[in-house]
Each structure stands twice: as structure tokens, then as C-alpha cells.
Write a protein that binds this ligand. Structure first.
Ligand SMILES: [Fe+2]
Ligand SMILES: [Fe+2]
Length: 139
């Protein structure tokens, strides 16, 4: 199963973004426990919460990128949109799965979307923020 722990290399350096990312990881960890506990009701509500929180995070992040005039903001917006479509489709798929093994696989696919946002997506604006002096250079 995908590891859902926070690592320092995930850190962007903008507090609300890092807090949002940590919060999303936490919801995913909770979803993971509901698989083991076979708590279907809790899992369904956590899944809805995850998508809602992800959507809100994306929109906060997009507002910020517009404030700092990030040149790739339109592309990043599209990227978020695609991630949400992908996550929603995976959520529907996961809800129909019954065996624990298949469920783990299904959620792994879904969780990757957020890790994708941080590692592949947000890293692109991190270097811009460093260059423009919004955050301190970390490496
Ligand atoms: Fe993000
Ligand atoms: Fe992002």
C-alpha cells in the first residue's frame, strides 16, 4: 500500500499549503484504517470529505498562485481539474469493490493523486517561489 506519511521533502514553505497537504494525508490515513476495520459508513463519509477538502485546497492554492503571478497558473489549474476528475472516478470504483485486497489496490490508486499534486505538480511552483523570494531556498 502507498505510504501515507509526511516527509520534509513534501514541504513547499507556504504554511497554508503545507497544512492543507498534511490534512489531506491525515484523511487518507483514516480511510486506510477504515479498510482494516471494515467500517463502510465511515469510509464513505471520509471519501466525500477527502474530495471536498482536495477541491478546497486546489482553489486556495490557485488563488495564491494568481496573487504571486505564477506564470504556469492556468496549466496548474487544468492539472488540478484533471486530478479531481480522476479522483472522483476512482472513488466511484472503490465504492463498488468488495474484497479487502481489491479495496487496498483501489485506494492506492486514488491516494496517488494527492501525492502527485505535491510531488509532480506543486514542485513546479516551488522553484518559482524560491526564485521570486516568497520562500527561502531549501536545497
Ligand atoms: Fe497542493
Ligand atoms: Fe497543486
Amino acid at each position: 500500500m502507498t505510504e501515507l506519511l509526511w516527509h520534509d521533502f513534501f514541504k513547499i514553505g507556504i504554511d497554508f499549503i503545507d497544512d492543507d497537504h498534511k490534512g489531506l494525508l491525515k484523511i487518507m490515513q483514516e480511510i486506510k484504517s477504515t479498510i482494516k476495520e471494515c467500517d463502510y459508513k465511515k469510509r464513505t463519509s471520509l471519501l466525500a470529505l477527502l474530495l471536498k477538502e482536495a477541491e478546497e485546497h486546489f482553489s486556495r492554492e490557485e488563488n495564491f498562485l494568481s496573487e504571486v503571478n505564477f506564470p504556469g497558473q492556468e496549466k496548474h489549474k487544468m492539472y488540478h481539474k484533471e486530478l479531481l476528475i480522476k479522483a472522483d472516478a476512482t472513488k466511484r470504483l472503490c465504492e463498488g469493490v468488495e474484497s479487502e485486497d481489491d479495496m487496498v489496490k483501489c485506494f492506492d490508486g486514488m491516494f496517488e493523486f494527492l501525492i502527485d499534486d505535491i510531488l509532480r505538480g506543486d514542485i513546479k511552483f516551488k522553484s518559482y517561489l524560491e526564485y521570486e523570494g516568497y520562500i527561502k531556498k531549501t536545497s
